[in-house]
Write a protein that binds this ligand. Structure first.
Ligand code: DQA
Length: 145
């Protein structure tokens, strides 16, 4: 099984960005960990990061042809992007929404996700482990499908 892991705006700043919230690891370190866990679970993982909404839309569109699932942290676009929601809606493979932090414990505006109800599931609040938990679900899903 092949998966895309897509990270949205400002997640390239992990390590420097509000480390008390997001932790001290860089995105590259987190992606390495995700890729290694993917290998152990028999999942081929390709990681992307973009600060541009349209690029994220294009990646989700291509996922339907190229891979079997998507782990998506759309970051701030989670709360604003009808375009990413529409891309998820027409994506032929499961999309799992993940967040490092728990948006429900933060500012009110983060409590609204335009993606949660159209994603297969949501994993939030476990730091980098949120991605690992999503990988575990995909490993189980691949065994049962
Ligand atoms: C985030 C939560 C979002 O509200 C925020 O805009 C982010 C990161 C998270 O992973 O916790 O950029 O998606």
């Amino acid at each position: 099984m092949k998966l895309f892991v897509i990270n949205g705006p400002n997640l390239n700043m992990l390590g420097k960005r509000e480390p008390e919230l997001y932790g001290s690891r860089t995105l590259t370190e987190i992606e390495d960990e995700i890729t290694k866990l993917g290998d152990d679970l028999g999942l081929e993982v390709k990681c992307f990061q973009s600060n541009f909404e349209g690029e994220i839309v294009t990646l989700i569109q291509s996922a339907g042809n190229d891979v079997d699932g998507v782990i998506l942290n759309a970051a701030a676009y989670t709360h604003t992007s009808v375009a990413i929601r529409d891309a998820v809606l027409c994506c032929a493979v499961p999309v799992v929404e993940v967040h490092l932090t728990n948006p429900h414990g933060r500012e009110l505006f983060r409590r609204r996700s335009l993606l949660s109800d159209v994603c297969r599931g949501v994993i939030a609040g476990f730091g980098r482990h949120s991605y690992c938990l999503a990988l575990l679900w995909f490993a189980n899903y691949s065994r049962n499908s």
